[in-house]
Structures are given as C-alpha cells and as structure tokens.
Ligand binder design. Structure first.
Ligand code: PLP
Length: 406
C-alpha cells in the first residue's frame, strides 16, 4: 500500500546522517564525558563540538549559553520554573492561550501557586494583538513566554518584535520562546533579529534527531535557578550524565537542517501549497485554520465542516496516510483543540480539523495520493452526516443557515 507520512509536526524520521553521527558513542566511545582519563576525551569532545554547532545554529551565540536537555518540555520547565525560583519578587507571567501544553500547563500550575498569569487571546486568524500585548506588561512582570510558531496551525508569532517591546518596556522582563516547531525551519538569530530573546527551547525529534534530546538557550546573565540539581554537568545548570550519542545526533541534525534550508523550505512550501490548493478546490465547505496569518511553510490545518476530524484520520489511515487532528487526538479526549477554540473556529468546523504537516522526506507522490484519497474520505463521511445533502454535495438548507451564522 502507498503510504504518506504527513505528521512531521508530531515527530520526524531520524536522518541516516544523524544515526551515523551517533553510532560511535553507542559503541567504542561509550565513556563518561566527565571521566578524567584520556580514553574518555572523544566523548567530552563530542559534547563540546555539539555545543559549538548548536551555538552557531542559533546565530553564533556563546557555546556556554547552550544547555542540552532531554526534550523541549524539559527545557521549558527549566526555563519557567527556573525563572520563577530565581526572581521571587516578580509575580506576573504573560503567555498566550494557544501555547503547547508544555508551556500552558506550567503557566496554569504557576497560576495555582499564586502567580498572576495573563493568557493573551488570538484573533480568528490566530494572530496576537500588539496593543493587548503591550497593555499586559506590568511592573511586576517576570517573564513572557510566547511560542515562535504554533504546532497545530503553523501560525508564526512575531517574537522578535514582542521581545523588543518587552525589553524596551522593562529590561528586567525575561523573554522565553518555544521554538520547537521553528528550529530548522526558520532562522533563529539570537545575536541579530532575536537579540532580545533571553531563553529559547527546542526538541531534536522535530528536526530529524531522535526523541529524548533537546536544548535550551539561556542568555548570559539571565537569572535562572537550576531545575535539575545533583551534578556538575552543563556547568551545574542541568545535572545528570550527558546523553552523548543523542547530543551528537542533535548537532548533526541542526547542521543538516541548516545546510540546505532555503532549498528544502522552498520545496516543502511548494508541496504544502499544492496540497492546500488541491483540497480547497476539491472539497466543498472547508477552511484553512490560520488563513491570513504568517504560517510555517510545512503546515496545513484544515477544517472540514459537518464531520469529525477523527473520522477523517481513521479513514486516511486505512489508505496509508498518517496525519493528526491537533491536540484532541493526543489527549485522547473529544474536547476540541484549545488552539482552535481560542481562534473561535465555528462549532460546525472545530471538530472537523485535520493537521497535515510535511517534511524533508515528503514527495509530490505523497501530495497526489492525499489529493486522491482525501475528497473521497470526506464524501463518504458526509454521506452519513445529517447536515449534508449528498445529492447536491452541499449542506442541507438548515445547515447552510448555521454556516451563515458561523
Ligand atoms: N512545544 C511545541 C510547540 C511542540 O510542538 C512540542 C511537541 O509537539 C513541544 C513543545 C514538546 O516537545 P517534546 O515532547 O519533544 O518535549
């Protein structure tokens, strides 16, 4: 059966070059990088080199500003709880209503432990309002946590500008961005356009490194209490024997991502645009979530009115097409996505959302297969929908009225 992996925002395949770079540290170079004898030197060297590579990838920051972690979630926990513990006098946090749970749930936890948290709303396209952001900043604001791009819709936030505004308002405000969906896709220039960002997190497995490794950039001087203690590793800021093979893999992955990112991005964008235009042309009553906003070139979040996204995914799966429906499927609940709810996607469409996310290993064939299967899947499901008139391939009149009101 022909298959198409269209869930690259969930995770990516490990690149063969990455596997190759990791291999020696599983085998001959298994030593503890902290050991004092010469034979352990290659392991220590691999970490040093990886730190330099990631520092270069982030715009040439100082290698000492890079911490290796186990994933973006750990990096975000370390950043947020570390900032709160280091700055007890400041009690206000600003974030957005559409963050990944790795930030959202921490912020809810902070709100429960008597910090004040502002969750910024987004508009129908998924954009933030700059004036609302400026009004949210307060004299006791400790940290702003705004994602670089949304994992469900691909909508990109202007974190460069938000960070600049926050610093101009009060240089002591820390600015954290979750760059998990942008690392390897968009430039992360922490000495240039992102020079006002203090903290940046990402995960290896979104850019063809394995799951279980991530990084946190901490700008020199940013006050942060270590989140994991109990060892001297990572300058005492993240204890625990380093995962040498995975760190070497992460460094190789960022090298690969950056080596050809312009050509790869253009190719992926062309595939995504072809998919998007094809689906809009062949499936009636659909909308693109995030339409009108700046979006990642690889992501298409499409809502199909009057049917369930889970049903679409199930049937796509039986045709070898692997996609996701955002947060609902990962949580195993039937609750619609918090991101789409924040965007006020109408109720006729919010349950029918599907996220198709492409990556460097996708081809025109994957797009053609999906364009062939998706409209048939939707037509089959709509035949069962009380709102749909299959004879006219349109909503029934009462459902049309719901659409007008939507
Ligand atoms: N932040 C964003 C935007 C994500 O998309 C994800 C994963 O989907 C995470 C954080 C968490 O990444 P991890 O599970 O690798 O810690």
């Amino acid at each position: 059966m022909r298959t198409a992996y269209l869930d690259n925002n969930a995770t990516t395949a490990i690149a063969p070059e990455v596997r190759e770079a990791m291999e020696p540290y599983f085998a001959a170079e298994y030593f503890n990088p902290s050991s004092a004898y010469e034979r352990a030197m290659p392991a220590a060297q691999a970490i040093k080199k990886a730190r330099e590579t990631v520092a270069g990838f982030l715009g040439g920051v100082d290698p000492s500003e890079i911490l290796f972690t186990s994933c973006a979630t750990e990096s975000l926990n370390a950043a947020l709880y570390g900032a709160v513990r280091a700055n007890p006098a400041r009690r206000h946090v600003v974030t957005t209503a559409v963050e990944h749970p790795a930030v959202l749930e921490i912020c809810k936890d902070l709100a429960r432990s008597d910090l004040d948290v502002t969750f910024l709303p987004v508009d129908r396209s998924g954009n933030l309002d700059l004036r609302t952001f400026i009004r949210a900043l307060r004299p006791d604001t400790l940290i702003v946590a705004v994602m670089h791009a949304n994992n469900e819709t691909g909508v990109i936030f202007p974190v460069e500008e938000l960070a600049r505004i926050a610093k101009e308002t009060d240089p002591a405000i820390l600015f954290l961005t979750d760059a998990t969906q942008t690392a390897g896709k968009l430039p992360l220039d922490l000495r240039g356009t992102m020079s006002h960002v203090d903290l940046l997190a990402f995960s290896g497995h979104k850019l063809h490194a394995p799951k279980g490794v991530g990084a946190l950039f901490v700008r020199r001087g940013a006050p942060l209490r270590p989140f994991m203690i109990g060892g001297h590793q990572e300058g005492g800021r993240r204890a625990g024997t380093e995962n040498v093979p995975y760190i070497a893999g992460l460094a190789r992955a960022v090298e690969l991502a950056w080596a050809d990112h312009v050509a790869t991005e253009a190719r992926i964008r062309r595939l995504r645009d072809r998919l998007e235009a094809g689906l809009l042309a062949s499936v009636p009553c659909v909308e693109v979530n995030g339409q009108g906003a700046a979006r990642l070139p690889n992501t298409l979040n499409i809502s199909v009115h009057f049917i369930e996204g889970e049903g679409i995914l199930y049937q796509l799966n039986s045709h070898g097409i692997w996609a996701s429906s955002g947060s609902a499927c990962t949580s195993g609940s039937l609750e619609p996505s918090h991101v789409l709810r924040a965007m006020q996607v109408p109720f006729t469409a919010i349950h029918g959302s599907v996220r198709l996310s492409l990556g460097r290993y996708n081809s025109d064939g994957d797009v053609e297969h999906t364009l062939e299967v998706f409209p048939r899947v939707v037509a089959n499901l709509r035949r069962l929908s009380p709102y749909w008139d299959p004879a006219r391939d349109r909503p029934r009149p009462e459902a049309e009225a719901m659409l007008q009101g939507a």
